[in-house]
Write a protein that binds this ligand. Structure first.
Ligand SMILES: Cc1cc2nc3c(=O)[nH]c(=O)nc-3n(C[C@H](O)[C@H](O)[C@H](O)COP(=O)(O)O)c2cc1C
Length: 259
């Protein structure tokens, strides 16, 4: 039996419609679950950078949530003044969304990290153990070679010594810039110093190998074959530790903590 052209076109259109409905339906239906998984992944990254979870470990969801809730205090701060903004609920605050909305953000000063807008408020984390502050965690982001890298840096209570760094999203090439995810490279960061003696952000990723922490405290080994990503990481870390990023927050913390 031979079908008319109209029948074939109609059949194809019907199949397309059914497929489109299935795809759209599952995208909408799975949105909540995707959002929950994104949140869980962020919590995992925060715990990893704080040294509370082994890099790459796979723990049950309940354990991650429980450790996060018992050890991490989320705070929303005013980025320009560095003071706490208690009016915003930290658990539902999306800093990236806030940075995109002109009503909750402002144009960033020129910077090497290609950060275009800065949020009025930012989400920071305190790591608390036995009632004592163990680390400060700050979100970081900036351009590498192919796109924006998003992650966290953790500082010790002296607000100077690095506890860890991690990225939860980037577009760098696996094996080159993508080595920012390599636990061995990330292990080069703890113990290095984020700021020089005058309080200027000084940490950076150098080309080639860095010396020991004692001899070369402000440098981390370069990512081989990925100088552009390495430079991007240097720029973004310095930007967020600097006066246009978390400088005011860290200054207010230092004044209160007496460090
Ligand atoms: C397909 C392809 C992917 C690349 N991906 C990256 C990358 O993710 N990050 C990076 O810095 N350089 C990447 N590069 C290399 C850069 O173009 C550039 O050569 C490199 O950053 C220079 O680093 P080097 O001086 O350490 O060799 C890539 C090159 C090619 C051809």
């Amino acid at each position: 039996m031979q079908h008319s052209s109209g029948y074939i076109v109609g059949f194809a259109v019907a199949i397309c419609l059914v497929c489109a409905l299935v795809v759209a339906g599952s995208a909408v239906g799975l949105k909540d679950r995707q959002d929950a998984n994104i949140l869980l992944d962020r919590q995992k990254k925060v715990l990893t950078v704080a040294g509370l979870m082994k890099d790459g470990a796979s723990l049950p969801r309940e354990e991650i949530v429980e450790t996060f809730e018992s050890s991490i205090l989320q705070k929303v701060i005013d980025l320009k003044t560095g003071t706490l903004n208690a009016e915003i609920d930290a658990s539902g605050f999306d800093q990236q969304k806030a940075a995109k909305n002109p009503e909750t953000s402002f144009v960033a000063p020129d910077n090497l990290s290609k950060v275009r807008r800065l949020p009025n408020n930012a989400l920071v984390f305190d790591v608390i153990e036995d009632g004592k502050l163990k680390a400060l965690i700050l979100p970081i982001e900036g351009y590498g070679l192919w796109g924006t890298l998003y992650g966290y840096i953790a500082l010790a209570p002296d607000a100077r010594t690095i506890v860890g760094i991690t990225f939860y999203s980037h577009k760098e090439t696996p094996g080159l810039g993508g080595e920012v995810d390599n636990p061995r490279w990330k292990a080069r960061w703890p113990g290095r110093l984020a700021f020089d003696d005058r309080g200027k952000p000084a940490i950076g990723v150098k080309k080639g190998l860095a010396g020991s922490i004692a001899d070369d405290p402000y440098n981390v080994d370069g990512l081989s074959g990925a100088t552009i990503t390495s430079r991007g990481v240097t720029a973004l870390v310095r930007f967020w530790l600097g006066e246009n990023g978390f400088g005011p927050y860290l200054a207010s913390y230092r004044a209160k903590a007496g460090v």
